[in-house]
Design a protein. Structure first.
Length: 323
């Protein structure tokens, strides 16, 4: 009997040690990072630039899986419903904050809730601006807004889709300025840029880096940047704050994990992401496309995320249902 008890205690201790070792071993196999958009987009491009550095930081392969659909909701739902073990991670835009609210406003059942996801880290951010063709008759944001007030609903703007990262800031601008624009949604950023270049729309709201090559080529120009302060990078447009509009919007990309992912796993993910964003290879490659590394995690990112969620809900409710 004594021998049996000793054997049982030894077995229990061995099992506990095994569990501890298993927890400490994370990551012990490849990670899958889901991008909820097609290949070639901004989020996908950023992750592929980060991939080599992240693999070195983790010591494991990072497999990129593009699961597009429903404005990013399909891929987000796949992560939200996955096992919370740190091996399935979401890499997506700030518009993630608006997806469940979009469904509710449009009388649909959300395919996931924000409570099913845990914010891990913000990796990049990109300033936002009103953009027009180089030959646009509008030389300033004040002129564009004056025209919109004089002709309600006539000035057109392109977006990459309803409630997307170009639609939301344009709607916020209209609300802040007390004007009404004519929204022309397209299926993606490429069509959106083509429509502006081709003169099908009057303006659009873009992230800085997305249209920087066209600005440098002299085909488009930044009319005004969002926020109170001017950019530090050239070209430097005036800010909306300078004409008295308190409206700010930043396009950012971040990582999310399923809720109930163990804290120690989240910490390792954050440490690996933090190290990867400082890797000279990533800094150089991402800088070439005009991107801005803006790492944020832990309690700071949680507070930032809470603010983004609230702002998104308010904006979606003001936009309302889209027929």
């Amino acid at each position: 009997m004594l021998h049996f008890r000793r054997f049982a205690v030894a077995s229990l201790l061995a099992a506990c040690a095994f569990i501890a070792c298993a927890q400490e071993a994370y990551p012990s196999r490849p990670l899958t990072v889901i991008v909820p958009f097609p290949p070639g987009g901004v989020a996908d491009t950023a992750l592929r630039a980060l991939q080599p550095s992240l693999q070195r930081s983790l010591g494991q392969p990072v497999v990129i899986s593009n699961r597009a659909g429903a404005g990013g909701a399909i891929g987000a739902a796949a992560v939200a419903q996955s096992k919370p073990d740190g091996y399935t991670v979401l890499f997506t835009f700030s518009t993630l904050a608006s997806l469940p609210e979009q469904a509710i406003v449009n009388r649909q059942a959300p395919v996931f809730t924000l409570e099913q996801l845990t914010p891990v880290a913000r990796v990049t951010s990109d300033a936002t601006a009103i953009v027009v063709r180089i030959d646009s008759p509008y030389r300033s944001a004040a002129e564009l807004l004056a025209a919109a007030k004089a002709r309600p609903g006539e000035l057109t703007y392109a977006s990459s889709g309803n409630y997307g990262p170009s639609h939301l800031p344009a709607a916020m601008l209209a609300d802040a300025a007390g004007v009404r624009f004519n929204h022309i949604p397209y299926t993606g950023g490429a069509q959106m840029i083509s429509s502006l270049l081709g003169g099908q729309v009057d303006f659009a709201v873009f992230s800085r880096s997305l249209v920087l090559p066209h600005v440098e080529a002299g085909k488009l120009k930044y009319l005004a940047s969002y926020g109170a302060d001017r950019w530090t990078q050239a070209p430097v447009p005036p800010s909306l704050g300078e004409i008295g509009l308190r409206v700010d919007y930043t396009t950012w990309i971040g990582a999310f994990a399923p809720v109930q992912t163990p804290p120690e796993v989240l910490q390792k993910l954050r440490s690996a992401l933090r190290a990867a964003t400082k890797d000279p290879e990533f800094v150089e490659s991402f800088g070439k496309v005009g991107g801005t590394i803006s790492y944020l995690d832990g309690a700071d990112f949680q507070r930032y995320w809470n603010s983004e969620v609230q702002q998104s809900k308010e904006t979606i409710r003001k936009i309302g249902r889209i027929e």
